[in-house]
Write a protein that binds this ligand. Structure first.
Ligand code: MN
Length: 244
């Protein structure tokens, strides 16, 4: 048995090929995986658990439910796109919500999991909006709006973030090495796994003269991969198939 980590699937009704690849991935892996960790941005956007039908994700929820029923524990960590996924989604799919960051243990290894955007400390604008949107006050006010209004607001926010990205350098939007090291030291781990940056890689470095590793998961529309932990070894595998 093994466990796997994926991130940034960015599912939306506008990406049928990626949705199909994700459903195939679940079907192929459900009997092989003891646990599957989804580290955020499974959905390109999510405006409340009551939006699933309107956003066209009923089949995805059913596929997740099948995977859980087949015996794979599925853990869901929020990303900055789907931070409004809630308890109703968890109840319907059987996924277990995981806080960010989280440390998980498997085969004597402790792994620090995070979506990754909290580590992008050089992107002040993102950190400010993140702080605002993760507040209970903002979430409650947003979820009280009618569904159509929420979808409209989310579209405006995505357009705004896309425009802002064009003015930001790649390094500003990447994780800050000090933030990475601080979080790893705080949790006493030598291995971190995250997504968000869409820059898949394995980074080997040192913390207090000891080897440390940071595994970055890719985004599914463009650079699909999955990280497997099997017999104590972490292996980052590129996945076949073209997304959209
Ligand atoms: Mn993200």
């Amino acid at each position: 048995m093994s466990i796997a980590f994926i991130s940034d699937i960015h599912l939306s009704a506008q990406r049928p090929a990626t949705t199909q690849l994700f459903e195939e991935f679940l079907a192929e892996n459900e009997r092989l995986l003891e646990r599957l960790y989804i580290l955020g941005d499974l959905f390109d956007y999510w405006v409340g658990d009551d939006s699933v039908g309107l956003l066209g994700h009923d089949a995805v929820e059913a596929a997740l439910r099948n995977t859980v029923t087949a015996g794979t524990q599925v853990f869901f960590m929020h990303g900055n796109r789907d931070f409004l996924v809630g308890e109703e989604f968890a109840r319907r799919t059987g996924c277990q919500l995981l806080s960010d960051p989280a440390v998980v243990s498997y085969e004597h290894r402790n792994l620090l999991l995070t979506h990754g955007d909290a580590l992008c400390t050089d992107d002040i604008e993102h950190q400010n909006s993140r702080r605002q949107m993760l507040s209970a006050k903002w979430k409650t006010a947003f979820l009280q709006q009618p569904l159509a209004e929420r979808i409209h607001t989310a579209a405006a926010m995505r357009a705004q973030s896309k425009a802002a990205k064009r003015t930001k350098s790649r390094s500003v939007m990447d994780v800050n090495p000090h933030a990475v090291e601080n979080l790893m030291r705080q949790h006493g781990v030598d291995t971190m796994i995250h997504g968000h940056t869409h820059q898949p890689a394995v980074h080997a470095f040192e913390i207090a003269q000891k080897p440390a590793w940071r595994y970055v998961l890719g985004d599914w529309p463009k650079r699909r991969n999955a990280l497997y932990l099997q017999q104590g070894e972490l292996v980052l595998k590129n996945l076949a198939g073209a997304g959209d």
